[in-house]
Design a binder for this molecule. Structure first.
Ligand code: HXC
Length: 535
């Protein structure tokens, strides 16, 4: 046999031997396939039918049902379905669940990629094992690499008690990634069950936290621990329910009636946002005219300057298609913030509400606005303010609680913001309130005043009481002050507002300005590691 033939013969022999082994391998292959099928079946069932029924009985969807509702149909691609915890303490070696207590992967929402995790309460209460944490970390790392938002559906009893330090470490690793991802990709948390300890801190580090009424709680520790620490008797709802966090603490940005509404609203929110800080938000085609006057706006401000009116009327009249995704609607209602579109472009709206505390800025309003402004700036969303503000709220309650330090956060975030900043003074623009609401001095790019604007250090009453203490002709002096300052001219004469405009023209002017300012770049900030925001 020639050398080459011998070689071919040897290869053929090897192949034949191999294929005779293949009949054995085929059986093994079938066994593996069966095992895969079995494991997948287990994974899809989570903690089992009984636990799923209990989840439904509480008015909650399962982790997988939530994913189905959030994502575009058929786009979910799951990672790590076969991972299992490795704990052997407390008999855990006999308590394995395929995929453990979280489902992770990527999908599309409104045709764009997102990464997600959905904690499965039916598996050991959705508690966080080290494997659970590693699954979340993997998708967080990928979301950062790809530049896509990350959505967390939280329903977890917190660190898995049986794993001790391993699960605590998992929370630290996730928290670390939340901070690294901050300002790079949008991070959105949905609280859809109890979330205690680490399970609550990670959402608090994300950009937005939304809750579900009646089924979700957020707290450092639950009522039992609170009782032992402070001797308080409180229910889950009273300690960390949606009402507390959307009206008192401001930890949550809104709550929704049920899981379905919450998930659909997150899809809506995502439509306003870019995929990452490297992109601009998507532009949506707009059916509302972009160059029309809106006559209604000419008569919206009451004749009497101290009468309230509803700022929502102005916002809804000016934005596209009356679609406003409001952030924190039930917290600090004296300021309104939220996402809208102008001529199809996403914008962040900040507006004083004269109907609540006359639209004064207080601590809660400052915190609410500062964080929103900071988010918009991180993700290239232009800011528009509608200004009717009598100033910062005074008095001992506000001073003792640090209005100066908290108001400064709002000033800081506005100056730091390099996105286009546009403002419209509808009526009062007094004192620090004027300066703060995107004024020219804090870097406003376009500043308009309506004919009803009053730009001054303070209102007539306060000013006259200081300037003319002890005088008798107070009414006359107040009228003189109003004549002098109760109009837009002092600001317009000095160029602090760019124009006094007819209210009806506001929409098309702002759309035109946004188009012009889309190429705005700011590069004059001195080099620094990071600023020192007054935290
Ligand atoms: C392991 C847990 C668990 C946990 C719940 N389970 N929490 N297993 N570790 N942390 C299990 C329960 O044993 C039960 O298992 C199942 O999940 C459902 O729990 P239930 O208590 O029956 O449900 P429910 O009555 O609805 O109460 C839910 C709950 C409660 C409010 C979440 O379980 C609870 O208070 N859990 C502990 C919360 C907590 O304090 N976590 C630690 C936080 S400290 P079976 O087998 O019966 O179904 C923390 C530190 C982080 O997270 C630090 C970060 C730096």
């Amino acid at each position: 046999m020639k050398a080459l033939d011998r070689k071919i013969f040897q290869v053929l022999l090897k192949y034949t031997r191999h294929s005779s082994n293949n009949s054995l391998s085929a059986n093994q292959t079938i066994a593996v396939q069966e095992r895969i099928k079995e494991k997948r079946k287990h994974a899809l069932l989570g903690g089992g039918q009984k636990k799923i029924d209990a989840q439904h009985a509480r008015g909650k969807l399962t982790a997988r049902e939530r994913i189905d509702l959030l994502c575009d149909e058929g786009t979910f691609c799951e990672y790590d379905m076969f991972m299992e915890h490795t704990c052997t303490d407390f008999g855990m070696e006999n308590m394995k669940f395929t995929g453990d207590s979280v489902i992770t992967g990527h999908a599309k929402v409104n045709g764009r990629p997102i990464y997600l995790f959905s904690q499965d309460f039916t598996v050991l209460g959705g508690s966080l094992s080290s494997v659970h944490a590693r699954k979340i970390m993997k998708i967080m790392d990928q979301a950062l690499l790809v530049g896509a938002p990350i959505i967390g559906m939280n329903d977890s009893g917190g660190a898995r008690i049986q794993e001790g330090i391993e699960s605590l470490m998992g929370y630290s690793d996730i928290g670390h990634r939340n901070v690294v991802a901050s300002g790079v990709i949008p991070q959105i948390s949905l609280i859809m069950g109890p979330c205690a300890g680490g399970a609550a801190y990670s959402p608090a580090l994300t950009d937005f936290t939304f809750m579900v009424d009646n089924t979700s709680y957020l707290y450092v520790t639950g009522p039992e621990v609170a009782k032992s620490a402070t001797n308080e008797d409180v229910t889950h709802e009273e300690l960390g329910g949606p009402k507390v966090h959307t009206t008192i603490s401001g930890v949550a940005h809104n709550s929704f009636k049920n899981d379905v509404e919450a998930l659909l609203q997150i899809r809506n929110l995502l439509s306003y946002l870019p995929q990452s800080n490297k992109e601009f938000p998507p532009i949506r085609s707009c059916t509302d005219p972009v160059n029309c006057d809106i006559p209604f706006l000419d008569s919206v401000i009451p004749f009497n300057s101290s009468d309230p009116y509803d700022m929502y009327d102005i916002i809804y009249a000016i934005i596209d298609e009356r679609e406003f995704f409001e952030i924190m609607p039930r917290f600090a209602a004296n300021i309104i913030v939220g996402f809208a579109r102008m001529g199809g472009r996403s914008v962040g709206i900040i507006a004083n509400q004269p109907k609540v505390v006359a639209g004064c800025l207080d601590i809660n309003a400052s915190l609410k606005a500062a964080r929103f402004i900071s988010f918009c700036d991180s993700f290239n969303i232009p800011l528009i303010s509608f200004v009717d503000v009598p100033g910062f709220l005074s008095g001992t309650q506000q001073e003792f609680s640090g209005i100066l330090k908290h108001g400064a956060k709002m000033i800081y975030s506005i100056v730091e913001a390099t996105v286009p900043k546009l403002s419209v003074i509808t009526r009062k623009a007094y004192g620090g309130g004027y300066a703060t609401m995107l004024s020219r001095g804090l870097g406003g790019d376009v500043n308009y005043a309506w004919p009803t604007a009053e730009v001054a250090v303070m209102g007539a009453k306060g000013a006259v009481s200081i300037l003319y203490r002890g005088k008798n002709n107070i009414a006359e002096l107040e009228n003189h002050y109003i004549d002098t300052f109760g109009n837009p001219f002092p600001a317009a004469i000095r160029g602090y507002v760019d124009d006094i405009i007819e209210p009806r023209t506001t929409r098309w002017r702002l759309i035109r300005d946004l188009e012009l300012l889309k190429t705005k770049t700011v590069n004059h900030h001195p080099k620094k590691k990071h600023g020192n925001i007054p935290l």
